[in-house]
Design a protein around this ligand. Structure first.
Ligand code: IMP
Length: 192
């Protein structure tokens, strides 16, 4: 079986990927290759960050590798928080603080369209391949639902029954989500 590294410490993302990829690849997480340092993510685009992480693993550990990066783009905020989604409310703040910041900035704003975008960078040998997924939606005025993570409770995808991502099962969300779509393209490519 070919070995490939998914540059993540997120056990949920790893499990999901392993289920989707089948038995041609053994997918290793960062812990599996004893990579415990903070990999720099200082690019100003999600494509750049995904590539940075994949290159780091390839250069320091020698494995073929893929890495993902996601951003929430809110049109009324000029595309913010975008590449800064994880730390929008500042270092040391959590998702709840990020949501509060978005809701405050959008207070009284009628135009609430937004999208999640995911970029996946795959380095196979010296070849770089990029995969993308996105989902359109609107930012609600308050939280709905308790599932998911990040901005899920205020993001209502256009496709669907009016539920937020936080009100969907993981399967429902993955079918239409930014990351679900990008991962499906990656898996399709790897299994070709
Ligand atoms: P990452 O690149 O997957 O780590 O995502 C960066 C940030 O975007 C996360 O810290 C979350 O705040 C947000 N985010 C990513 N994916 C999702 C999602 O599926 N739902 C809600 N928020 C997300």
């Amino acid at each position: 079986m070919k070995k490939i590294v998914f540059a993540t410490n997120n056990a949920y993302k790893l499990k999901e990927l392993r289920q989707m990829i089948g038995d041609r690849y053994e997918v290793l997480g960062l812990a599996d290759i004893d990579c415990h340092e903070d990999i720099p993510e200082t690019a100003d685009t999600i494509d750049g960050n995904a590539q940075m992480k994949a290159r780091y693993v390839k250069e320091h550990y020698g494995y073929d590798c893929f890495s993902d990066d996601t951003g929430l783009e809110i049109d009324a905020l000029g595309g913010e928080p975008g590449v800064h989604s994880a730390r929008y409310a500042g270092p040391g703040h959590d998702s709840e603080a990020n949501i509060d910041k978005v809701l405050t900035k959008l207070n009284g704003v009628a135009q609430r369209t937004a999208r999640f975008r995911t970029a996946i960078a795959l380095l196979q040998g010296d070849q770089l391949h990029m995969f993308h997924g996105q989902v359109e939606g609107v930012i609600l005025t308050e939280r709905h639902g308790t599932g998911g993570f990040g901005y899920d409770s205020i993001f209502q995808p256009v496709e669907g029954d009016g539920s937020t991502f936080a009100e969907m099962s993981p399967e429902q969300k993955n079918r239409i989500s930014h990351r679900g779509r990008a991962v499906a393209s990656l898996v399709d490519f790897l299994n070709r």
